[in-house]
Design a protein around this ligand. Structure first.
Ligand code: ACO
Length: 323
């Protein structure tokens, strides 16, 4: 049994903070941020939460799929910024949308999380255990960021995207691969809550996200082309037969470099990072849903989704659009 996407949705916080606004917080400038990253603005949550954005994205995806929440069998949320340590964001979304028959859990694979979620969902559908899945990427990274650290705070944004996957006799997802390298975990990290049990030293601070930007950059431009080529080769097709390469929206220079390494024109690499920044696990499903909404995807189009992130983790998915 194959798997296809039958509905997409997304949600962004109402407040958009442009680079000039960030320049009032840290020593930076619109010029520096645009030149090094391509980012011009990003949405930051004020009232919104990871759960509320995931719920809105899910409702839109289900509506566009023509599916009722109570028919969802598997509900996966990819996130590193849930509103509660426990329960999972997936369980909270399940309750809010009324997906009362679904099994629900979170995946923590940072910016590769949505691709990990797609991979797990497809494996369940292919094996016949479930007939459909709601896969969501949702983040409120703004709460993990040190707003005095100019090297990270200019990069990230908040939002959520969702896709409804269903079993199909059509082609749908053609090949997928995901990977991890835990040896590099310190390159991009956010420490959790300090242990406050009576045996531990008191007064430890909550830590924020830290990143070795150049290491991440090198890793991304090396790994993404390899996993994209792998996904395409496995399918026995050429890169030229892919209509769009949707890459994790971290940095315009990374995307341009990947395009060059793959020998593909930049027009095949859609971007929304100028408006959304890096929304981690939400980045790919937001981009996909926006393209779907804009009518850019035609039945039969071959798409590659690929990303990379903390862990380190990465992944790629080649699919034939069947909506
Ligand atoms: N504004 C102005 N100056 C800045 C800023 C800023 N926001 N941030 C850093 N600088 C300064 C640095 O202090 C440094 O100054 P110095 O030369 O006086 O020491 C100078 O700019 C150059 O800093 P670099 O870190 O060398 O800048 P670089 O060209 O590497 O760009 C960047 C930094 C944009 C972070 C780049 O390394 C990058 O994009 N890396 C990939 C990051 C990424 O994609 N992360 C997320 C992926 S994983 C995930 O999505 C969770």
């Amino acid at each position: 049994m194959n798997t296809k996407i039958i509905g997409t949705g997304y949600d962004l916080p109402a407040f958009a903070a442009d680079n000039n606004y960030l320049a009032t917080l840290v020593d930076t400038s619109d010029e520096w941020i645009v030149e090094r990253t391509g980012i011009r603005t990003r949405h930051l949550a004020k009232e919104e939460t990871t759960t509320s954005m995931a719920v809105n994205a899910s409702r839109q995806a289900l509506e566009r799929a023509g599916m009722q929440a109570e028919d969802v069998e598997l509900l996966i949320v990819a996130t590193i910024s849930g509103d509660t340590e426990t329960p999972s964001t997936a369980c909270r979304v399940q309750a809010e949308i009324g997906a009362n028959r679904a099994v629900a859990f979170d995946i923590n694979a940072a910016c590769s999380g949505f691709l990990y979620g797609m991979h797990v969902a497809e494996a369940f559908i292919r094996s016949g255990i479930y007939r459909n899945a709601l896969v969501i990427g949702a983040e409120t990274l703004s709460k993990l960021i040190d707003w005095t650290d100019r090297s990270t705070c200019v990069l990230f944004g908040d939002g959520a995207g969702a896709a409804v996957l269903a079993a199909t006799e059509e082609t749908g997802i053609i090949s997928q691969s995901i990977g991890s390298n835990g040896e590099k975990w310190e390159v991009l990290e956010c420490q959790g809550r300090p242990n406050g049990n009576p045996l531990c030293e008191k007064g430890q601070e909550l830590k924020y996200m830290t990143m070795n930007g150049q290491e991440v950059f090198k890793f991304a431009v090396k790994t993404v082309p390899l996993c994209v080529e792998d996904a395409v080769e496995k399918a026995g097709i050429g890169l030229d037969e892919v209509k769009y390469f949707l890459l994790h929206q971290a940095n315009k220079r990374i995307i341009q470099s990947v395009a060059k390494r793959l020998g593909q024109p930049e027009e095949k690499f859609p971007m929304n990072l100028d408006q959304c920044g890096n929304t981690s696990a939400a980045s790919l499903p937001i981009l996909l849903a926006q393209m779907d909404e804009q009518g850019l995807l035609q039945k039969g189009d071959r798409l590659v989704l690929s990303g990379f992130g903390a862990g380190l983790t990465w992944g790629a998915c080649l699919l034939e659009w069947q909506k």
